[in-house]
Write a protein that binds this ligand. Structure first.
Ligand code: PEP
Length: 244
């Protein structure tokens, strides 16, 4: 498994349910990986699993990631993709617990904890998403929600070197809204300093990040990078965010 702590900054692209062979060819051309510097920035592109083979070996110095993995390792679970299959497809990272998987597909913290364990057992670094709804925020429940998500979805054998946490307020995903810079800084401080054992974890911010706001967000204390959805579908925009 890759040692995450050696990177200064992590920039994750989440394509969600987007992409095609044609799109991938164009994306690779625009990304022009041979010209990307292999530096302290860890760029990770998380794509639909059927296309993993089309990008395998073509992203260096960036890394390839999945968007979810099965709770199960093998057997009668039609439609599922296991951690070992992701590993066979050259995945080094995998998003788990994205709010769209939690809300639309009913995944619980317990499910996410199992997925994280499966990924770690196959040497894939999990990127665990947490975040509150607007209603929870309005009722001042953000910290309680995050505490529960972290304590229930991160297994005991997780380490700062293996697991990335992404704080993604659900109301900020795909809406063009973001918390204030002060709010982002406060929440990241809370995760690192007020919840035990997470001081040295890499914590990313996600939710309506683009090349206009990436630099100030990544400049905040305790923010170690960003998770980018919509804006990452444009390779040039993704590159700008990495270099912000
Ligand atoms: C996401 O997909 O996790 C995300 C943050 O999306 P967007 O950047 O489009 O808000």
């Amino acid at each position: 498994m890759l040692k995450i702590n050696k990177f200064d900054r992590i920039v994750v692209a989440n394509w969600k349910l987007n992409g095609s062979i044609e799109f991938i060819e164009q994306y690779l051309k625009e990304l022009n990986c041979s010209k990307l510097e292999n530096s302290s920035i860890c760029g990770i592109i998380c794509i639909p699993s059927v296309y993993l083979h089309d990008l395998a070996g073509k992203l260096n110095p960036l890394f390839l990631g999945g968007q979810d993995c099965s709770n199960y390792n093998k057997g009668a679970y039609t439609g599922e993709v296991s951690a070992s299959m992701l590993k066979d497809s050259s995945c080094q990272f995998c998003i788990v617990g994205h709010s769209e998987r939690r809300q639309i597909f009913g995944q619980s913290n317990k499910d996410i904890c199992i997925k994280v364990m499966n990924l770690m057992a196959h040497n894939i670094n999990p990127i665990i998403c947490i975040g509150e709804t607007y209603e929870e925020k309005s009722n001042n429940l953000t910290k309680d929600i995050l505490y529960t998500q972290i304590s229930k979805s991160i297994p005991e054998n997780a380490t700062q070197d293996s697991v990335i946490i992404a704080y993604e307020p659900i109301w900020a995903i795909g809406t063009g809204l973001t918390p204030s810079l002060e709010e982002i800084e406060n929440i990241h401080f809370f995760i690192k300093n007020e919840i035990q054992n997470f001081e040295n974890y890499k914590i990313l911010y996600g939710g309506s990040v683009n090349s206009n706001n990436a630099s100030e967000i990544m400049g905040l204390n305790n923010v170690d990078g960003v998770l980018v959805g919509g804006a990452s579908l444009d390779a040039l925009e993704y590159k700008k965010i990495m270099n912000s």
